[in-house]
Design a protein around this ligand. Structure first.
Ligand SMILES: [Zn+2]
Length: 183
């Protein structure tokens, strides 16, 4: 009995064909939504809207996968701790070597049997999205939560006051208070 290929595709939409893939160029497009991240228990990202364009060049013993990543992911701002949608855009290349059991795998090379039916790119897509997110994640200038920023600012000032009173000669502190009262 022939497997129902459409059903298989639905079951795992992130599999690209290997053994049955004709030599030449092929393009795939994946729409990554919240459910993609929700399906990964370990995901630090829970929400996002990312389009992944995958260009595959199939050669006799090699497949070159070019991922173009563009969209937004929901992250927490390092400055005000509010969540916001961070735009991301990146390109990554990955290689699949076919059938060469002695070939070495590495970060950007996988080795699979030439008669393997398909290859799941979902973990690569996840990895490349994460790599596209900068270490420092902050709102565009001026877009931070104003209430939190005001609190942070007053916290900083309070800390300075405490430090001052611990260190400064009380006579100077008195002068400083006078100055403040003048304002
Ligand atoms: Zn912020």
């Amino acid at each position: 009995m022939q497997p129902d290929f459409r059903q298989m595709e639905n079951k795992n939409e992130f599999r690209i064909p290997v053994s049955g893939l004709a030599l030449g160029n092929h393009t795939y497009r994946f729409e990554i939504k919240d459910d993609f991240f929700a399906g990964l228990e370990y995901s630090e990202i829970q929400q996002g809207n990312v389009t992944v364009r995958l260009d595959v060049e199939r050669e006799e013993t090699m497949m070159t996968l070019k991922f173009g990543i563009k969209g937004e992911v929901r992250v927490q701002c390092d400055r005000c701790a509010d969540e916001f949608d961070l735009p991301i855009e990146d390109e990554r290349v990955f290689f699949i070597k076919l059938g060469d059991e002695n070939a070495e795998e590495s970060e950007d090379v996988a080795v699979v049997s030439a008669d393997q039916a398909d290859f799941d790119v979902s973990s690569l897509i996840y990895e490349f999205i994460i790599l596209a997110i900068p270490m420092h994640r902050v709102h565009p200038e001026g877009k931070c939560n104003p209430e939190i920023m005001a609190l942070l600012l007053s916290d900083q000032n309070n800390e300075e006051d405490i430090d001052d009173s611990n260190e400064i000669d009380p006579r100077w502190a008195a002068l400083k208070d006078l100055k403040l009262n003048d304002k």
